[in-house]
Design a protein around this ligand. Structure first.
Ligand code: UDP
Length: 274
């Protein structure tokens, strides 16, 4: 009888621990390793903005350097011909689906990416959460003065936000030691790098360990869009999935780079590897 009682007590304790574990697991379900799809060999993680913020919180808690890439069809095509870039994306902690073409490609092969998660919309969302959570932001890149102006806009919009550094610098090797010193001195939790792809992502992959920031994300033209230095496609154009066309019309000098888009569509349709 006594033994049975001890067993019952142990069973009860075990059941309580199991329930506690289940609740803990459910609490963290959004920040567990995401599922992903492969598009022309490149991993793209199936995440929403809410998932991204949960992952960022986990990376900051872990404290070790993490790299996030905002992948679009141009990235995928660059990865076909640039092994260093392909390797970097493979090793990145998160590959976000920044580009409607990726959602289309995933659907075509029976997979699913829940939504576009872009650098330009991601930076304000990260800043908003950073203001609540006390995360420290560093803005690196874009033309001189643009990162500082971005910092002003974001701190005005999200009271309490700590932007601990804003600096243009450049991805050139000669500038790297000074940039690393500035970032290390500022001790940010999140580093947004706006040098365009693939330069920004290669910079993070090369120097991420040295700067030692828990979250490092390549954000392309995000600072230009936030400040209005460059106009982003209006919402209705984005909803029609025509942001790429808006870019081609407003930045015609990008036509050569944007040739990656038809090549991407062709490659996905024919599963052709470059
Ligand atoms: N940029 C920079 N230094 C460089 C090259 C680019 O600061 O050596 C900045 C440029 O000013 C812009 C951003 O990187 O703010 C790239 O924007 P783009 O829209 O071309 O990026 P994408 O997302 O298309 O790669």
């Amino acid at each position: 009888m006594k033994r049975t009682t001890q067993c019952d007590a142990r069973d009860t304790q075990y059941a309580i621990r199991s329930m506690q574990y289940a609740v803990h697991a459910a609490d963290h379900s959004s920040s567990c390793a995401p599922t992903s799809v492969r598009i022309l060999g490149v991993r793209v993680d199936a995440l929403t903005y809410a998932d991204l913020l949960a992952q960022i919180a986990d990376f900051i808690s872990a404290g070790t350097p993490h790299q996030i890439a905002t992948v679009n069809p141009e990235f995928v095509m660059e990865a076909q011909r640039n092994p260093a870039f392909r390797e970097l994306l493979e090793r990145a902690d998160l590959c976000l689906a920044d580009g409607i073409g990726l959602l289309w490609a995933a659907r075509r092969q029976g997979g699913r990416l829940p939504e576009r998660v872009t650098g330009s919309d991601g930076v304000p969302r990260i800043a908003e959460r950073a203001a609540e959570a006390g995360w420290r932001l560093y803005l690196l890149g874009a033309a001189p003065g643009v990162a500082e102006q971005t910092a002003e806009i974001l701190t005005g919009r999200y009271p309490g936000l700590q932007v601990v550094g804003a600096y243009a610098g450049s991805p050139a090797d000669a500038d790297t030691p000074e940039i690393i010193a500035r970032i290390r001195a500022a001790r940010p939790d999140i580093l947004c790098v706006a040098y365009g792809a693939p330069a920004q992502d290669l910079w993070i992959a090369r120097h991420g360990e040295a700067v030692g920031v828990p979250v490092m994300i390549g954000v392309g033209g995000a600072f230009d869009h936030i400040t209005g230095v460059r106009r982003r496609a209006p919402g209705w154009v984005q909803r029609l999935n025509l942001e790429w066309l808006f870019r081609l019309i407003t930045q015609p000098w990008r036509w050569r780079r944007q040739l990656a888009l038809p090549r991407f569509v062709w490659a996905v349709m024919w599963e052709k590897r470059y």
